[in-house]
Each structure stands twice: as structure tokens, then as C-alpha cells.
Design a protein around this ligand. Sequence first.
Ligand SMILES: Cc1cc2nc3c(=O)[nH]c(=O)nc-3n(C[C@H](O)[C@H](O)[C@H](O)COP(=O)(O)O)c2cc1C
Length: 211
Amino acid sequence: METKNITLLSERAIWERKSTRSFDCTRGISRECLEGLLRTAMRAPSPKNRQPWHFTVVTEVAAKECLSDILLRKLEILCGERQERGKGTDDLELAQGSVRVLRDASVLVFVSYVRDPGNEHGDSHRWALSAQPFEVADLQAIGAAIENLLLAAASHGIDSLWMCDVLYACQEYQDCMGLRQPLVACVALGYQTHHQTPREPLEAKVDEWNG
Ligand SMILES: Cc1cc2nc3c(=O)[nH]c(=O)nc-3n(C[C@H](O)[C@H](O)[C@H](O)COP(=O)(O)O)c2cc1C
């Protein structure tokens, strides 16, 4: 059985986890910690234990900038196309926030769906969803793995954002990163910025008088 140094996941992590959209680009996450988080993600249940996920980890600044630019450019193209057709662009404008997240987060975890056509049951159920039954089941497992990742991060005091905005540029990402499987989501990990209004230094505001 696989073992791991365990930091207890508690109900507290579930209540304290929140989506973070402003990351401190100066702070990193150790490789050891990151591996621990991914191991916890992969403890998720999955249909017939298929473990239908693959994680592509990005930590280098230049790589994150490149992936951020890809989304920015794609959103601009989509915006232009929609405007030409007189269609709304609200969702694209909201997705702009993810451009900065992709650039500033310490770590990006791109999650792909390892789809095995051999999993088709071929049974006679009629499914209301357009996805095939095994795909519906596999995607639930991927969601469970992503939630495990977010909760493990929260229990280590690491902030996160689950992003499907990357799907606007899914083909571009698959080509750029050489992903062989469909992209499902990206999880940003890091530490939230704490913007405080600055104060003047002590010497500027304090002196001493002793009579
Ligand atoms: C499947 C999924 C996709 C999401 N995609 C995005 C996204 O692309 N961009 C974003 O800013 N937030 C995204 N979110 C985060 C949600 O907006 C967020 O979870 C929700 O508003 C509740 O806020 P909370 O996470 O702080 O509790 C996503 C969440 C889920 C579960």
C-alpha cells in the first residue's frame, strides 16, 4: 500500500477553502509538498478504479507566462468574433481574470481526461446526457480528484483556483503542451496576495525626547 506523511484533512479545510484569484507570484511551493498534494488528489475513488486523470504540472515562470498569453490571445480572438456577430462577451470578459491567475500562481496543474474507448459498456440504458455513460462516470471521478487536491492544499494553508476558463483555449493548450488526452480543467495553487496600504517608515513618524 502506498503511504504518505499525512497532514490531517479536516472539515475545517472544507469550510476554509475558497477560490483565490490574486496570487503572490513571489512565493513558491516545495516539490515535496506538491507531490504530497497530488498523491492526495489521486486517492479519489473512480469507476472500476480506472483513475482516469492525468496531471501536467507547470512551475517555471516563462512557461506560466506563455500559457497565460495563450489564453489572453484566444479570448481576444473569440471576443472579436463574437462582436462581429453581435453576440455577448460577458463570459469572455470574466475569463480575463484567469489570465493573471495563470501567470501569477506558484503552480499550475493541468488536468486531462485519460479516456479509454475500451470502457464502453454497450448496455441498453438510455442516457439523457450527450456524454457516454463511462465518460459521465469518469468525469465525476476527475471532479473528486480535483476537490481532493483543493482540500489537501487548503489543509496546508495553500490557496487555489479550479479553472475551466482554460477550456476556451483547450486545443491551443493541448498542442502547446503536447497533451495526448482532452483537457478538463486547470488548478492554480499558491498563496493569496495580501494587499495592505503601505505606511511610512518608523523613522519618518517616530522620534524620541527624554527631557
Ligand atoms: C468545475 C469548476 C470550474 C470553475 N472554473 C472557474 C474559472 O474558470 N474561473 C474562475 O475564476 N473560477 C472558476 N471556478 C470557481 C467558482 O467560481 C467558485 O468555486 C464558486 O464561485 C464558489 O466560490 P468558492 O470556491 O470561493 O467557494 C470553477 C469552479 C468549478 C467547480
